[in-house]
Design a protein around this ligand. Sequence first.
Ligand code: TRP
Length: 337
Amino acid sequence: MKPRVFSAMQPTADSLQLGNFLGALVEWVKLQDTHDAIYGVVDLHALTVAPEPEVLRRRSRVTAAQFLAAGVDPSRSIVFLQSHVPEHAELAWLLSTFTGMGEAGRMTQFKDKSARVGESGTNVGLFTYPILMAADILLYDTNVVPVGEDQRQHLELSRDLAMRLNARLGEDTVTVPEPHIVKETAKIFDLQEPTKKMSKSFSSPKGIIEILQDPKSVAKNIKAAATDSDAVIAFDRENKAGVSNLLTIYSALDGRSVDQLVADYEGKMYGHLKVDLAEVVVNYLTPIHDAAMEWIESPDRLDAVLADGAERASEIASATLERLYDRVGLLRPSHRR
Ligand code: TRP
């Protein structure tokens, strides 16, 4: 039996950016070959930021569509929406009774987020968010969780909870998950302000590269990227952030190392690099963009994939929850026995 991998994304954007795409989805797709994979769109998590209902619905489909377009294969892996499997919220409640106040209060992402909006603007869901995340993971006897560095502490909480459940309820109660921290091999910066991370919230539309953006406008953004004025193609993050960023993106998509690219572009002009890179990016993104649009434009087909995913996920999740409910001493209704 293959080890199980579980990961998830919140439906909080109308498109993934190139950076999330390369950092997360490319890794998820690879892991399907060696693991039994389950990938979720965690819509319950997204409620913590109070999205407009229509926006949440749209983004839930758009996020799933991008998983599929990237190459997550629903005939092998499970793709589902978190809210379709009620056991997530149910296990989160149980886990919250195993979580210390101090332990939850130490989560730095909550502290950062709540500091930004102030205590009055924050909600309890944001506080218990890592517990819901632990439920996502523990429901599926997950062995490996690929996540970015920013989720390391949340993963640590999931592990602590798993070990606590096993200590209190019996050693084989749940599987203790291992983090698989996806190294940012290609940390991608804003095209206009290349010292800042490329990010929907902080960038102008000209600074970002999105999967669902028209590839022609991606090409335009690359050609208009900010560079310095000394006209030497070299990798120097301190003094030549713009060119270095273009080289990073180029290398991530084309396979040539940054050093090789620098050698290949010796004596050439920035314009030359930009034109070539625009073509590389457009060739890379077009099939993914088109596949995602096809899924988005056939919501019935997409919803059928999600329904099938939810059914397969439920089978695993309900068995786990049943085991836990029984072990903590909840009387099981006779109709379930
Ligand atoms: N918190 C994660 C993020 O913001 C998303 C997430 C929710 C997740 N549940 C998960 C990731 C379970 C991995 C496993 O990126």
